[in-house]
Design a protein around this ligand. Structure first.
Ligand code: AP5
Ligand code: ZN
Length: 213
């Protein structure tokens, strides 16, 4: 089963992908996480990707497609979080899977208003050590600014400033939103109300996924 999580920045894709993969044994493939790891380790790919990410622009398709190809075919149960993000990425994913007799099973669309997004992203804090994600208001750590899991001081993502968030939203609308129709035409789209609480949204997501089994 291959699930695609589609939706604007801050809609909660990563949060839900982590919960679902822990409970139902999916491999969580987040292109954003993979790219941030490459930037952190200053690999050639990371050095190339950094300038795009800091601006809130998409990293070029060929880089991201090659990165996903290496991992997706090895897995049976996959959540693709933040990929595909352009029609070129989606068609290349389809043809790569087709060669191996596979296809995207369902696409979960996380629907949410812009103002809620800005609130979610400006309040997000992440653990630079273990990758855990918190929110100052909606999902705070037990101890102020400290990761519950590993005790490291939390940081803000570099692209979570209001200016870059607005840019990411614009890029989503211009380059990614057309995937909604692309997957509607394939009859694969399931829309969820991502403005609900983390727990309520998770219930809706699980129901949608379990209906597919
Ligand atoms: P990426 O890391 O994919 O960022 P994104 O799509 O902007 O998504 P986010 O991680 O910001 O949001 P999310 O939906 O996962 O929300 P989260 O669960 O964290 O991409 C970053 C950059 O990498 C891109 O700009 C681009 O440059 C590059 N890139 C990545 N993939 C690419 C690709 N395929 N092609 C080209 N370039 C690519 O939640 C957000 C916050 O809200 C958290 O604090 C969380 O605790 C809180 N929260 C979550 N759910 C709820 C809820 N239901 N109620 C209240 N609070 C909630
Ligand atoms: Zn941690």
């Amino acid at each position: 089963m291959i699930l695609v999580f589609l939706g604007p920045p801050g809609a909660g894709k990563g949060t839900q992908a982590k919960m679902l993969s822990e409970e139902l044994g999916f491999k969580h493939i987040s292109t954003g996480d993979m790219l941030r790891e490459a930037v952190k380790n200053a690999t050639p790919l990371g050095l190339k990707a950094k300038e795009y990410m800091d601006r809130g622009d998409l990293v070029p398709d060929d880089i991201v497609i090659a990165m996903v190809e290496q991992v997706v075919l090895k897995e049976k149960k996959v959540i693709l979080d933040g990929f595909p993000r352009t029609i070129a990425q989606a068609t290349s994913l389809d043809s790569m899977l087709k060669k191996h007799g596979r296809e995207v099973s369902k696409v979960i669309l996380f629907e949410i208003d812009d103002e809620v997004i800005v609130d979610r992203l400006t309040g997000r804090r992440i653990c630079p050590n273990c990758g855990a994600v918190y929110h100052l208001k909606f999902s705070p750590p037990k101890e102020d600014q400290i990761c519950d899991i590993c005790g490291t001081k939390l940081i803000q993502r570099q692209d979570d400033t209001e200016e870059v968030i607005r840019r990411r939203l614009e890029v989503y609308r211009r380059q990614t939103a057309e995937l909604i129709d692309f997957y509607k035409r394939q009859n694969k789209l399931i829309s969820l109300d991502a403005q609900k609480s983390i727990e309520e949204l998770y219930k809706d997501l699980k129901k949608a996924v379990e209906d597919e089994y």
